[in-house]
Design a protein around this ligand. Structure first.
Ligand code: SF4
Length: 373
């Protein structure tokens, strides 16, 4: 039953971030030769941002005197470039999707636990790809293919192949500048065997509401306890603003919404003092906001982790951070390539996982839990 779904939801803490306006926008000559690069150029010109065209296809002038300054310069720079040929060889990204297809790398937000620290080479400048339409067309060759993963349990045959576009950026945080997410949503809206996944901590979703997604895009929102988001997720929309945006995208089209399948990524989960109360408040608020049904929704739970490399970079970017990264409080885990990561201790993990599984199932029995990690 659809119950009073057009009634406004109480909005006590809605705070949208200002749209990111980079101080420097640089196009490479190759990017400007692409029709989609031209479209981005026009969008950015209309916003009256100063535009440079680089002499060659390398972007220079991104280094400051130290890591902090390099960070500041890079986080104020948008480069429009062509993705290199290696970006056309897609990497598996189970269990959240089959393949990752990056429409950009680098992110305008300032999360003090940022997943990009240590995984992107060089200064954290935002690079958006002008040859995106070619990359999208190329993903057709991956449709019907599924990287091996035990969580599929043989269910893959015949289902659409899923493509994740937000592994290295926040796609909605740069959408007003590039239009790349809309391009992807429209493309997969025309595919039967390819589906899109994206995730965001922003809330500017109005430009997505009327796109022909045909149910082929799952719009996911990264959410956390309010205390954690306020303290550690600089430059993003408040949790309440994200919830309102999620509601807009999930509402059926006939009720003025986007009619998208949605997903929640609760991450990074941290056992802060009184964590049960804080996360109960979040889960209750999610249930209040999604007061209509039925909703095509699932959830992913990701606990906080760090590596020696990411800790090192994060402490250079955010020297005064209050993020807990004490190896003595963690369990060490080795990956198959010999790298180390620090996760919560097994007993803490078990307790948190049991809490989230029980509390989720109690509120949302029809919304599958994809995994806990
Ligand atoms: Fe990093 Fe994601 Fe935060 Fe962007 S939104 S700063 S990619 S953690």
């Amino acid at each position: 039953m659809i119950a009073d779904s057009t009634a406004p939801i109480a909005q006590p803490l809605v705070k949208s971030p200002r749209l990111w306006m980079p101080k420097r926008v640089v196009f490479t000559p190759d990017a400007l030769n692409e029709p989609f690069g031209q479209a981005i150029y026009e969008r950015i010109s209309a916003l009256n941002l100063p535009i440079e065209v680089a002499k060659g296809n390398r972007i220079t002038g991104l280094r400051g005197a130290d890591e902090r300054e390099t960070y500041r310069i890079a986080k104020n720079t948008l480069a429009i470039v062509n993705a290199p040929p290696s970006a056309f060889r897609l990497q598996p990204i189970p269990p959240s999707a089959d393949w990752q297809m990056n429409l950009a790398e680098g992110c305008p937000a300032h999360c003090q636990y940022c997943y990009l620290a240590g995984s992107l080479a060089g200064p954290p400048v935002v690079r958006a790809y002008a040859n995106l339409p070619n990359m999208l067309a190329h993903t057709a060759t991956y449709e019907g293919t599924y990287p091996p993963n035990k969580s599929w349990q043989g269910t893959e045959a015949g289902r659409p192949t899923t493509f994740e576009v937000s592994c290295y950026t926040d796609v909605l945080g740069i959408e007003h500048l590039t239009g790349s997410l809309a391009e992807c949503i429209r493309y997969y809206g025309s595919r039967e065997m390819g589906q899109l996944r994206f995730v965001t901590k922003y809330d500017h979703v109005d430009s997505l509401l009327n796109l022909s997604h045909n149910g082929q895009t799952r719009a996911r929102f990264s959410l956390n306890a309010d205390q954690i988001a306020r303290r550690l997720e600089g430059g993003t929309a408040s949790v309440e603003a994200r919830l309102q945006a999620m509601r807009k995208l999930a509402l059926p089209k006939e009720l003025g919404g986007g009619g998208y399948p949605i997903g929640l990524v609760i991450a990074p989960i941290m056992p802060i003092p009184d964590w049960r109360e804080h996360y109960t408040a979040l889960l209750d608020r999610i249930a209040n906001v999604l007061d209509f049904g039925p909703i095509d929704m699932n959830v992913e739970f990701i606990s906080h982790r760090f590596t020696p490399g990411s800790k090192d970079i994060l402490l250079q970017w955010y020297p005064n951070t209050s993020l807990e990264m004490d190896e003595a409080n963690r369990a060490e885990k080795r990956n198959k390539f010999g790298g180390t990561k620090y996760v919560y201790r097994p007993e803490e993990m078990k307790e948190m996982k049991a809490f989230f599984y029980a509390e989720w199932a109690r509120r949302f029995p029809n919304a599958p839990i994809l995994y806990w990690t």
